[in-house]
Structure formats: C-alpha cells, structure tokens
Write a protein that binds this ligand. Structure first.
Ligand code: HSE
Length: 440
C-alpha cells in the first residue's frame, strides 16, 4: 500500500523533531501502522532552513494554506503554535476533510469545542497526544486505558519549566530570575515565559485533561490559575522541614457538586512519587475507582519527545482513517451526545487543606488567638511549627513565624478565617496561604 501523505505546518523544534523521528523509525512505524507515513509538503517561514532539513522530494512552501488545501494530503500536522493562524488552518483542514494532528495545547484549550465539533461534522479525527506532557501518553491512558473506570481526580506536574525552577531553587538555593534564565537557555520555556511561570501553560493542559477525564466540554476560562512568581524561598524551606515539597500542580477533581479545575503551587508529601518528579520532568497521578492510583512520568518538553507523541497520533489516524467515524475513539473520550454538564466549581467551593505562614509578634496569647479563629471556623489543625526567632531577619527578638498545616476545609471558610487573622494587630505581615494536597 502507498504511504499516507502528511502535510506539516511548521518545521521548528517540534516539526523538526517529528520529521527526524518519522524518517529514522519509518520501518518500525510501517510495521505498526500497516503502511508508510510520508511528509510530502511542509510550510515554513524560513524556506532555506526548511529545505536544509527535509529531503528533495518534499515540497516546501511559505504559504501554510497550500498545505491544508493540498488534495494529496490526508493528514495535517499543526505544530506552528499560537491560536489565530493555527485555528484558521486547522478549521480549513477539517473543512477540506483532512484529519489533524496537533500539539497545540493553547489552541485546544481556547477553541477545542469549536474544533472538535467541526471535526465531528466532517467525520475527521483531531488527535492531540502531544498537547499534554509530550512524552507521556496520558491522553491515550485516560481515553482508552482507563475507559472502564470512573475517574475521580487527576493531579499533575505538567509544566517542566516551573518544575525545573522550583527544583533548582530548593536544591541549589538559587534565585528565581537566575533559574528562569537557565530554563530558557535549555529550551524548556515557552516563547513568552509568563505562560509558564504564571501557570497558563499548565492551565491549558489541565483543562484538556479534565475534559478527557470527565467528559465535560473544554472550559479554560473557568480554570483557577496561580503561577509560582509570588512563591518565597522561605515557604519552600518551611514546607521541606514539615515533610512536604511545593510543586505547581494542575488539578482536576470530580465532586458531587461539580468539577474542581485549578492550577496553583501546592504542598505535597515528600514521600509521594509525584513529589520526587524533579527538574524539567512531568508526572501525572490519576485516581480512578477500579484501577486505583496510577502514575505517569516522563519528559514534558523536547523536540523528539513531542515528535514521539505526534507520530503516535499519526499511526492511530493511519490505522483508523478508513474506519466508520462512529467506531473511532471520541475526541474527548466520551460520545459527543453523552457529555456531562457538571459545572466547574468556583474556588470558594473547592475543598482542600492549607499551609499558612503568619509573621506575628512574639507575645503571650498570639497562638491561642490564631487557633481560636480557626476553631471558630471549624477548621481543624494538622500541625504547627514555630520558627526560632533568631532565624528571622530584622527584629528577631520580638517576631516569630507561625506555620500551620490544616486539614481539609472549604476555601470560602478559609478565606473568612484568614481575613479575621489578618486583622489581628499581632499579625505583622500578609499571611501566606498555600494549598496542600495529600494525594492519598
Ligand atoms: N513550556 C512547556 C513546559 C513546554 O515547560 O512544560 C511543553 O509544553
């Protein structure tokens, strides 16, 4: 059988990695897909560079619409990134009856519902394994491997840049800016690093994971997003002393009221496997009713690592493109007419536990007042640490840090308690509050 023809939109880092692996592993891929997979046309901004990367038989163009309109092309691979041109190209490819493989998490988080619905109407597949934690087949695991389960929650380190920054800050005692520059030099960071450090990249991925786990429409705008820019080294160190590590987690949790969808720095017990996912690596835990806890680990960025996911999608599409559309795996794991309308919960309704740090006047009765407020709010304390006064900069004799770990409570109740504690004259600075997950 003749190879299936693929058009490639973008031959930067990911496109280049995909092209290279596809060529290198073509024989293995044929054995799996049943026929060859051949990139026949590439759209690139830098034509000279593109020509130097591909063989002479591949057409190179600066007009990406030539790729999506090319009658020979059956699958379009979109790896140009962004959400404007990429969206137009993907929708045009779908309208032209072509299957799409994309690694573009921002595109799917922003416009996934529209794209999947267009694909559904046109009977084509849109595959996106490379959009989340590239080297880890987490979309496959959630959509297919765990399809016999009721998934309860997904919690993951799904941004390598921030994990690298947090690991280096903790291990080497380096400053935030210095480590960010290192992450950029190593090629982990997004073109705009605020996407990483403010949590948006992780939120794109968490949004996609929530949809695939629970069969809910993509609702990126309802995701609660906090990055790591306000995290202090002091709290990383206190958390460590109390047996926890701080990670930027993407969390999607199903409750009886709705779905919690949130990205924020989180204390997790140091003994959990996930706490030991270090550097730029990604790790994802899934809790489901039958399989229990499963965990997935691997590189979250990289040219060939993303290429690996893109090619897996190409193999899937090649195997299934002649099948009846109804027999294919649904885009968001659940049949389009069986999607759930469970709401995304506002943060005030989220239930979690907390780390609190209060800089207080070192006077009799201060701890009692603070714990009294928590008791009145029905918030149960798990552990308390008072830092030695001489370790604090400045007026060490009259100030101390109180670190309190709580059990689970509703965020609205914690908000009210924090406001009351903050109003105490003996609380001298803004209270630091970081959420904590036991992941048991
Ligand atoms: N900037 C992303 C990360 C790359 O750091 O994980 C892959 O999405």
């Amino acid at each position: 059988m003749k190879p299936i023809k693929v058009g490639l939109l973008g031959i930067g880092t990911v496109g280049g990695g995909t092209y290279r692996v596809l060529l290198r592993n073509q024989q293995e891929i044929i054995r799996r897909a049943g026929r060859g997979i051949e990139i026949c046309i590439v759209a690139a901004r830098d034509l000279e560079r593109a020509r130097s990367l591909v063989s002479e038989t591949v057409q190179v163009t600066s007009d990406p619409f030539e790729v999506v309109n090319n009658p020979d092309v059956e699958i379009v691979v979109e790896v140009i990134g962004g959400t404007t041109l990429a969206k137009d190209l993907v929708l045009r490819a779908i309208a032209n009856g072509k299957h799409v493989v994309t690694a573009n998490k921002a595109l799917l988080a922003e416009h996934g519902n529209e794209i999947f619905s267009a694909a559904q109407k046109n009977g084509v597949m849109v595959a996106f394994e490379g959009a989340v934690a590239v080297s880890i087949p987490i979309i496959k695991a959630l959509r297919e491997g765990l399809s016999g389960n009721r998934i309860e929650w997904v919690a993951g380190i799904i941004n390598g840049t921030t994990n690298f920054i947090l690991s280096e800050m903790r291990d080497k005692g380096l400053g935030f800016d210095e480590v960010l520059a290192k992450a950029q030099a190593l090629g982990y960071a997004e073109a705009d690093p605020s996407f990483d450090i403010e949590g948006f990249d992780a939120a794109h991925k968490a949004t996609i994971l929530a949809s695939v786990a629970f069969g809910i429409p993509i609702q990126y705008r309802k995701d609660h997003v906090e990055g790591i820019t306000r995290l202090a080294a002091t709290d990383i160190s206190y958390a460590f002393q109390m047996g926890y590590r701080i990670k930027l987690l993407g969390i999607a949790k199903k409750t009886s009221l709705g779905v919690e969808l949130r990205v924020h720095p989180t204390l997790i017990p140091a003994r959990r496997l996930l706490a030991n996912v270090e550097g730029s690596m990604n790790g994802i835990m899934v809790k489901s009713d039958a399989a229990g806890i499963t965990m997935y680990y691997g590189a979250g960025a990289g040219a060939e690592q993303t290429g690996s996911a893109v090619i897996a999608d190409l193999v899937d599409v090649t195997r299934l493109h002649t099948a009846d559309a109804a027999q294919r795996v649904p885009h968001l794991a659940f049949q389009p007419d069986a999607m759930s309308d469970l709401p995304i919960l506002p943060m005030s309704q989220v239930v979690t536990s907390y780390y609190l740090r209060l800089r207080v006047a070192d006077q009799a009765g201060v701890l009692a007042k603070v714990t009294g407020i928590l008791a009145e709010a029905d918030i149960s304390i798990d552990a308390v640490l008072q830092r030695e006064a001489d370790e604090i900069d400045g007026d060490s004799a009259s100030q101390t840090d109180l670190i309190i770990l709580t059990h689970d409570c509703q965020e609205a109740r914690m908000d009210a308690a924090v406001a009351r504690m903050q109003a105490l004259p003996t609380v001298l600075q803004n209270i630091v509050r970081i959420r904590k997950e036991e992941l048991a």
